[in-house]
Design a protein around this ligand. Sequence first.
Ligand code: ATP
Length: 357
Amino acid sequence: MNWDETGPDTDERPDERLVQADADGEDTAVEAALRPKDLDEFVGQEKVREQLDLVLKAARARGATADHVLLSGAPGLGKTTLSMIIAAEMGAPIRITSGPAIQHAGDLAAILSSLQEGEVLFLDEIHRMSRPAEEMLYMAMEDFRVDVIVGKGPGATAIPLELPPFTLVGATTRAGLLPPPLRDRFGFTGHMEFYAPAELERVVHRSARLLDVEIDVEGAAEIAGRSRGTPRIANRLLRRVRDYAQVKADGRIDRPVAAAALGVYEVDARGLDRLDRAVLGALLKLFGGGPVGLSTLAVAVGEERETVEEVAEPFLVREGLLARTPRGRVATPAAWAHLGLVPPQQGGKGQQGLFGA
Ligand SMILES: Nc1ncnc2c1ncn2[C@@H]1O[C@H](COP(=O)(O)OP(=O)(O)OP(=O)(O)O)[C@@H](O)[C@H]1O
């Protein structure tokens, strides 16, 4: 992806977008500093918090290890944070790994056999584990036991290995991709939703306090409104606005400062960035709002099909600006309004107003 080569300098990697929700290129030290440490500090996700609170309190009352927990939801919504909170609330240590890091069953056996009693094992992207590792996990979750295969071919033997009770916290962006036998072995599944603007405002205020930045209510609302329902993005935008406030203003963040700063980074009032607007703009201006095929749209914006489909479109669809139909991509009336353009007359050739904004 090269679309932001000429974009403003940031401390993110140059091929990263300011509004991307995953952690690639994220400053992990800053992210760690901003993580809520307990359930009370964790903003929003009321249902998941309430349910998890019961699961953990009951386990503590029984003096038992908590049930395995599956957290599903988009990147940046707080799954890692919640797994750390689970460990903290249980007074247990935590081990963090991910599905792609476990390619062989032996990798998993090594981790499992070194867990302490009650330890939380956080397995991010659990849907990307290899099949043999996944099968080993079934038994480990259910019976706290694994069979380690020693040797090869007809002489191979399975040596059973007892494990201490542990809590697996699996995280996935694609709960639907998990095989049912794995899904069924979790005692509790929490579905993380995108955050409401008011919740993101609380995230921004909290982070500003921790970063020692002065921000008013409207400044926080401005950042929250552009954060695509995602705390990780809210925190990242806050840091960019803080830079701007320090360099161009008196360090304090209010609405005009936040809006001007995010204007520099081309994140608009609804959280669309340059790539999103390029896709939407091409759909409206070149193809009259569609329907147009994905490949044609991608060529029109000079991007790979996958970039348009996987990076730009999900948010545009979620925002109700673009629809994927069997005949191709179609802009919604909200898309015309957002870019300040007038849709062509129904049935007419009507291109009037298309290039108006
Ligand atoms: N509910 C919340 N309240 C306050 N801050 C939050 C909340 N959820 C997430 N954050 C902040 O957002 C950032 C990203 O959260 P986290 O790493 O937990 O997301 P994630 O869902 O695990 O993402 P990924 O799947 O990409 O790893 C963290 O810095 C964290 O402080």
